[in-house]
Design a protein around this ligand. Structure first.
Ligand code: HEC
Length: 102
């Protein structure tokens, strides 16, 4: 017999899967597997994601300087911020994402 529950389950499972595979290439996915490790909770003095006040003095340095800090590492932050496949453009997106007030 045709089961609506089963159809719903399959549909949901399929859409969850497609979102996950799309996110692989996405800046969000890069954030989650690298920057978030430290910046989500503010580990070792990292400016916290969504804390615009903590990011203000960083943003004042200018985007170019910030991207250089990530690329070369800064104190407790390892070079590349643990994102081996991030481009300069990705870093810009990631930094804007983290510095935006939540
Ligand atoms: C292992 C922990 C860790 C990871 C992973 C990490 N950061 Fe950081 N980040 C820090 C810490 C700690 C600081 C503060 C460094 C300081 O000022 O002493 C920081 C500071 C920064 C700054 C400010 C730099 C400046 O010049 O003031 C930027 C921008 C930044 N992180 C971006 C990123 C991005 C983008 C990622 C992901 C690609 C990332 N971070 C991943 C720990 C981390």
């Amino acid at each position: 017999m045709f089961s609506i529950k089963r159809v719903l389950f399959v549909t949901l499972a399929a859409s969850a899967f497609s979102v996950a595979s799309f996110a692989d290439d996405d800046v969000d996915a890069k954030y989650n597997k690298s920057c978030a490790v430290c910046h989500a909770a503010g580990v070792a003095g990292a400016p916290k994601t969504g804390d615009a006040e903590a990011w203000k003095p960083r943003m004042d340095k200018g985007m170019e300087t910030l991207v250089a800090s990530v690329t070369n590492g800064l104190n407790a932050m390892p070079p590349k911020g643990m994102c081996t496949d991030c481009s300069e453009e990705d870093y810009e997106h990631l930094i804007k994402h983290m510095a935006a007030a939540k």
